[in-house]
Design a binder for this molecule. Sequence first.
Ligand code: NAD
Length: 291
Amino acid sequence: MDIQSIGIVGAGQMGNGIAHVMSLAGYDVLMTDISQDALDAAVALISRNLDRQVSRGKVSQVDKDAAMARIKTTLMLTDLGPCDLIIEAATERETVKQKIFDELLPHLAPHTILTSNTSSISITRLASRTDRPERFMGFHFMNPVPVMQLVELIRGIATDEPTYAACLKVVEKLGKTAASAEDFPAFIVNRILMPMINEAVYTLYEGVGSVKSIDESMKLGANHPMGPLELADFIGLDTCLAIMNVLHDGLADTKYRPCPLLTKYVEAGWLGRKTQRGFYDYRGEVPVPTR
Ligand code: NAD
């Protein structure tokens, strides 16, 4: 099937990035959120990010204007029903995602493909509670979406071939590269990345290193472009914790136990860049380590 319209649920870090790349690639985008402020902030951010691409000569002003004109927003989730493809990018909590799909189901067009940008939750389980497990799959972008080249495409046990092919075509139209992953907790990237971030938090928790020395060690010693704690702040500590919990529960192995210090930061509401405080404090001119 040929996909033309894309519904995006959630206008947070990922939702706005997905709307950005989809509209630039020529898709009509309808984005929803529970918060009007989140929708307004997302549209303003997309415009600013596109301006940056224009000033670097990567996107023309005409293409920017056309992309912005293709993005519409609504507070009514059910308005997304007729879209060809829906990408759910709301908060990483299964009950939240479940409620969204339950509410959407009666309003979907028969051909609509449902997908989730979840970092870790079982696609098969999410799909099984819908009326279309064969037209349901994981569509997992990386953060920041306009910059990162990879998209993980995750087949649930029932996902059919035309659905996979249609999503692959979208990834190709975006000029990105798809990696096919099986539906096991956290798929490929986060299965490898999150235990490393969690181990960095343990290293901090046990006093082996400070925030600064841990990040510097991995940047200069392992040639990582960002330190693991800086990266955790960038991803969102709530999302990191949620993914560790999914790994821990889903694989039943104590090696995935979330570090208590990660839990404590999340309990404090210090979720990283999005709340201006995490392993670093971002409220001043330069980020300052909090430990
Ligand atoms: P975020 O906290 O920045 O944004 C989540 C948005 O969802 C918020 O704007 C919130 O208002 C909205 N929301 C919550 N409940 C909703 C509902 N019922 N209906 C509509 N909107 C609702 O989170 P994020 O970082 O954008 O993550 C979103 C999803 O993308 C998660 O599943 C996450 O695991 C996944 N993901 C995140 C990253 C990352 O690096 N942050 C990378 C890949 C995938």
